[in-house]
Every structure is written in C-alpha cells, then in structure tokens.
Ligand binder design. Structure first.
Ligand SMILES: Nc1nc2c(ncn2[C@@H]2O[C@H](COP(=O)(O)OP(=O)(O)OP(=O)(O)O)[C@@H](O)[C@H]2O)c(=O)[nH]1
Ligand SMILES: [Mg+2]
Length: 330
C-alpha cells in the first residue's frame, strides 16, 4: 500500500537529514511522527520512527549524565517563570541589556561578535524571576547552528537592535530568517489559515536599544516605520536605563503566566514564593503543582482575590486569576 506522504512530512524529513545536532534530529523525527498519515501503508514507517526516536532519547539521557559531553551547546536549562532569548545583530547591546536587567555579568565590548556562547540571567520582576538568555550575534553570513533550537525552545524572543546603527534592515532580515528556520511565528501576527501545525506561536518583541543616542527620537520613528506595526516595539537604553521598567513588565506579562499564593487552612499565605502557572490554570492544576497526593485527594478550595467574596468556596475546575490566594482542602 502506498504511504502517500505529505509535503509537510517531506520537509520535516529534509530537516532531519540536514540536522547538525542530536537535539535537532530528535525535533525533526518527532515532527515526522506527528505529520505521518496514519493508515495501513505507513505502519512500518511509524514503527521505524518510534524506534529511532527512542534510540536518540536514550542517547540524550546518557549524554546528560554528569561529566558527559553536552549534546546541544545551545541548550539552556529553563528556570523561573519563563525563558526569553535575546537575539540580534552584532554590537546591538544584547549583552549590555542582559547586564542591565539581571544580575549576570556578560562580556560587553564595542566590537562585533563578543559573545560566543549562550548566557542566561534571571530578571527579577515583582515577586517572580524571568530567565533571559544572551546569545551570539545573528548575521547574514554567520549564525551559530544551535541558535535554531535555542530560539525554538524559548518561550519568547526579543530582537535586540541598535537604533543608531546604519544596518538595521540587515539585522532584522537575519533575525527573521532565523525565526523562520526555527518555525517560530510571532503571536502578534495573524496566523494564515493554511499555517503548518508545527509552527510555534510565541511572543516576539523588537527591543530598539541605544535610545540615549537618539535625542529627538528620529531613529526610533524610522525604525518603527521600516518594521511596521506587526511586532511590539520598545525603545530602550540598556546603558542609561530608559524604557527598561516597561520592558521588564512586558517580558513577564507576555509569557501568559499567573502567580498564585497557596495557603494552608488557618495559616497565612506564602507571599514570598508564588506558584507560577499558565493562564487558564485551574484549582486542580495548582494542586498538582503543590503535590500529587494533594491533587489526588482534592475536594474543594477557598479563594481570596478576584472571586465574588473572600474565602469563597470553589471546585477543582475553577479557573484561577493572577495573584489569587488559594487554600486547598484535600
Ligand atoms: N550608547 C549606548 N551604548 C550601548 C548601549 N547598549 C550597549 N552599548 C554599547 O554597545 C557596544 C556593544 O554592546 P554589547 O552588549 O557587547 O553588544 P552585543 O549585542 O552583545 O554584541 P555581540 O556579543 O558582539 O553580538 C558596547 O560598547 C556597549 O557599551 C546603549 O544603550 N547605549
Ligand atoms: Mg554580546
């Protein structure tokens, strides 16, 4: 029986052949499995794909053992409420921005291609932390091969550009090409009806840096004009601090997370350590995050916050809101 493989499947297969790293191969194989038509004629391919995925997963596990060589140099372990990749052309100020928003100390220098490896830092925002990852420069003639996976795996992408530089459009083009390879679709751009199911829809911002060199805002106006309205635009100065508070707020808000303070009956809530959950999370999701035993025995909860009155009793399917205080009753 013919397999009737789709063009999307063939594309994923092509990516598998071109994959440079273990991680990329795994991503492509999983895509192939997801895109494989399910019928009698593809049973053998299905079994073969599953076998190859299991084998690669096992090899990755070995590679993660202490002392073993890392499989993917672009892999950055996710921490905090979510992870943003800072990408952009050389010398735009990505590292300076990381230094301004987090406690990290990356190398900052007035020449291109200073950063050679991804470097994470934790950005405090109110009572949570958001992870930012500084990365090597993206240029038309050179992009580190692992950047595709790094961008694909992040929860959001900030394109850091030099407002005062004279090759803004080239920088934007190189970043757009990278997003395309990573199959990341900016959330602010309408998704076409025939969009591939494999696109990752993520928040993508433009962070136009070096606003301190743009006295009357002419460069910012030109940059906005050439970029269009499509992506949220923040003009900042990593050096002087302009616009950073607004950016900090947006970097958390666009992750689509809520903070929930859990409390035990008769005790005060722990305001220092909120549980960070995805928007739309329910009382049951919170119980799962607290402990699986509590989730299994969960009866009801009481809520202080947006509910109609304080201490209101709600059931496990009740949808939570940012900053609710929740008392779980198991
Ligand atoms: N005036 C001004 N200079 C800045 C600002 N941000 C960064 N710089 C300067 O721009 C230069 C490049 O900054 P980096 O942070 O190293 O740039 P990068 O994007 O990390 O560069 P690569 O690692 O080479 O890709 C340095 O000399 C910084 O001091 C800013 O907001 N204003
Ligand atoms: Mg740098």
């Amino acid at each position: 029986m013919p397999a009737n493989l789709t063009p999307d499947y063939r594309e994923a297969e092509q990516r598998f052949r071109q994959a440079a790293s273990h991680e990329e191969k795994l991503v492509a194989l999983r895509e192939m499995l997801a895109l494989l038509p399910k019928h009698k004629g593809t049973e053998k391919i299905h079994a073969d794909l599953r076998h190859r995925i299991a084998k690669l997963e096992e090899e990755s596990q070995h590679a993660k053992k202490p002392g073993a060589h890392r499989a993917d140099p672009g892999h950055v372990h996710r921490e905090g409420a979510g992870q943003w990749a800072l990408i952009g052309p050389p010398n735009a100020g990505k590292s300076r921005l990381l230094a301004a928003l987090t406690h990290a100390h990356p190398e900052v220098a007035p020449y291109p291609f200073t950063t050679h490896a991804p470097q994470p830092g934790m950005m405090p925002f109110e009572d949570v932390q958001v992870q930012l990852v500084d990365t090597p420069a993206v240029a038309a003639h050179h992009v580190e091969p692992y950047m595709t996976n790094l961008v694909r795996n992040a929860d959001g992408v900030a394109l850091v550009l030099d407002l005062a530089g004279d090759d803004l459009d080239d920088g934007v083009a190189a970043c757009r090409a990278l997003l395309e390879r990573a199959r990341v679709w900016p959330r602010s751009r309408p998704l076409p009806p025939d969009a591939s199911p494999l696109l990752a829809v993520r928040p993508v911002f433009v962070v136009a840096n070096k606003r301190d060199l743009d006295g009357d805002g002419t460069f910012a106006a030109l940059a906005r004009e050439s970029l269009g309205e499509e992506l949220p635009f923040f003009a900042v100065s990593a050096e002087r601090g302009d616009g950073l508070e607004e950016l900090r707020r947006a970097l958390f808000a666009e992750l689509g997370r809520i903070r929930i303070y859990a409390k035990e009956p008769g005790r005060k809530p722990d305001h220092a350590r909120p549980f960070v959950l995805a928007q739309g999370a329910t009382v049951y999701d919170l119980a799962c995050a607290v402990h699986k035993d509590i989730a299994a025995r969960l009866k009801y909860a009481r809520i202080w916050g947006h509910a109609r009155f304080d201490g209101q009793q709600v059931d496990r399917d009740h949808v939570l809101t940012d900053r609710d205080v929740v008392e779980l009753h198991a």
